[in-house]
Design a protein around this ligand. Structure first.
Ligand SMILES: *[C@@H]1O[C@H](CO)[C@@H](O)[C@H](O)[C@H]1NC(C)=O
Ligand SMILES: *[C@@H]1O[C@H](CO)[C@@H](O)[C@H](O)[C@H]1NC(C)=O
Ligand SMILES: *[C@@H]1O[C@H](CO)[C@@H](O)[C@H](O)[C@H]1NC(C)=O
Ligand SMILES: *[C@@H]1O[C@H](CO)[C@@H](O)[C@H](O)[C@H]1NC(C)=O
Ligand SMILES: *[C@@H]1O[C@H](CO)[C@@H](O)[C@H](O)[C@H]1NC(C)=O
Ligand SMILES: *[C@@H]1O[C@H](CO)[C@@H](O)[C@H](O)[C@H]1NC(C)=O
Ligand SMILES: *[C@@H]1O[C@H](CO)[C@@H](O)[C@H](O)[C@H]1NC(C)=O
Length: 363
């Protein structure tokens, strides 16, 4: 069932929501000022970490106010008993993609011998981790066990700074079902007839399966355990006026999360989609103090780019006013924010910020 855009956008809000001045909002028509040049993925202007992953180049003071998207590197991360490649303190993330392969945007991870558990409790709003590097076409394999509780969602996605997105989503209410989706610059492609939901051979919460995006310039395949379960040709996404391919084409981070869809601030359709309200009296929750999913490994296979120079650090956006799809180019600019540190904005009124956004987006 189609749902609203709300939950994935809001996920991770608990990490960064300063809301102090009216001019700290940013959008397509109201760019950030030079003093707080970077537009975060949640639509607020700031500096420091605001200029890293998720920084919206087209809503920032200039597209290059955002640090470049760190260039892709083929790798496998095996999370079992190893969190050394994960920066767990979001505010200490400084953009050095050689130092970490992942960072925790919000929430908490718990190491285990199977992999990392992403945890959800009644107050943390869920957990989201992001790759430090971006993929600009390539293959991504997630090996994971989903959560199994109604109202709790597991997501493994790609997300670009201009909101191209490719999804795997799993609702705890049906653990033999995987849901696929994609978004072109924030616009969903909902179409049940396109094979949105696909059956999985065994319980997704009790068995590790490999969920793959094979995302290439001309096609996108979703695969489970090596079998293609949904296929999209870029050619088929051409808009009816023949001007735009509504297909994800921009460099994207890999993000994995657990999030609460079944809570009273969610839209009704979202709650129904996720299988109802979360039961915080569930014996698993009572015994552990959290709900979880388990991420065993992620393998990234970057698409070849024969034109990429050896000193390329990342991808940047150019000022492409008037173009529907912004232009991306290779850059040798630094990936780091000066001094590392957090934003220069005040962190007060945090709770008010969350509430305001929830209300704004729900209405
Ligand atoms: C963009 O932000 C400005 C300033 O906050 C606001 O007045 C305007 O309504 C916003 N536009 C959109 C489309 O949200
Ligand atoms: C980035 O991290 C690498 C690996 O930890 C380290 O060797 C390098 O000095 C760091 N670069 C900067 C500029 O801090
Ligand atoms: C919920 O999890 C967060 C970390 O994500 C932790 O700081 C907080 O104490 C937890 N709350 C409860 C009630 O366990
Ligand atoms: C899960 O979804 C599949 C496919 O739509 C359906 O056949 C099955 O009955 C569902 N299971 C539950 C527990 O809802
Ligand atoms: C979704 O994608 C399919 C296949 O490309 C296309 O036929 C359909 O019109 C798209 N739907 C929307 C809402 O864009
Ligand atoms: C929403 O749920 C929270 C706890 O999960 C509760 O404290 C709050 O009162 C509820 N709000 C409404 C409007 O039901
Ligand atoms: C990067 O390498 C190219 C040659 O591949 C060279 O022309 C260019 O000057 C180098 N740029 C920097 C910033 O080192």
């Amino acid at each position: 069932m189609p749902r609203t855009r709300l939950p994935l956008v809001l996920l991770g809000l608990s990490a960064i929501v300063p809301l102090t001045l009216a001019q700290t909002y940013c959008n397509a028509t109201s760019l950030c000022p030079e003093s707080a040049p970077c537009c975060s993925e949640y639509g607020y202007c700031g500096s420091g970490t605001f200029c890293l992953g998720g920084c919206e180049p087209m809503h920032s003071f200039s597209p290059t106010s955002c640090r470049p998207n760190p260039i892709c590197q083929s790798m496998t991360t095996t999370f079992a008993n190893d969190v050394s490649r994960i920066q767990q303190v979001a505010s200490e993330w400084n953009g050095n993609a050689s130092a970490y392969d992942w960072y925790v945007n919000s929430g908490q991870i718990i190491p285990s011998s199977d992999g990392i558990k992403l945890v959800l409790n009644e107050t943390n709003g869920g957990t989201k981790i992001s790759s430090t590097r971006y993929v600009h076409y390539g293959k991504i394999d997630f090996v994971l066990e989903t959560s199994k509780w109604p109202g709790v969602v597991t997501a493994a996605i790609t997300m670009s700074d201009v909101k191209d997105e490719i999804d795997w989503e799993f609702t705890g209410s049906n653990t033999t079902l995987a849901q696929t989706n994609y978004w072109f610059m924030g616009i969903a492609n909902y179409s049940d007839s396109q094979g949105l939901s696909v059956d999985v051979s065994s319980d997704t919460s009790a068995n590790y399966h490999t969920y793959t995006f094979d995302w290439q310039e001309d096609y996108l395949n979703w695969m489970i355990d090596g079998n293609v379960v949904r296929s999209l040709q870029k050619q088929s996404t051409l808009s009816s006026d023949g001007t735009t391919y509504k297909y994800p084409t921009t460099p994207s981070q890999i993000q994995i999360s657990i999030w609460p869809a079944g809570i009273n601030t969610s839209a009704e359709g979202t709650i129904a989609w996720a299988g109802g309200m979360i039961n915080w009296q569930d014996p698993d929750y009572v015994a552990n103090g959290y709900f979880w999913n388990t991420i065993q490994s992620v393998t990234i296979t970057c698409a070849d780019d024969p034109n990429q120079a050896s000193n390329t650090t990342g991808w940047a956006y150019s000022d492409s006013k008037g173009q529907t799809v912004p232009t991306v180019y290779d850059t040798t600019a630094s990936l780091l924010i000066n001094g590392g540190g957090r934003t220069t904005m005040s962190w007060t009124m945090y709770a008010v910020g969350v509430f305001t956004i929830l209300m704004t987006m729900l209405l």
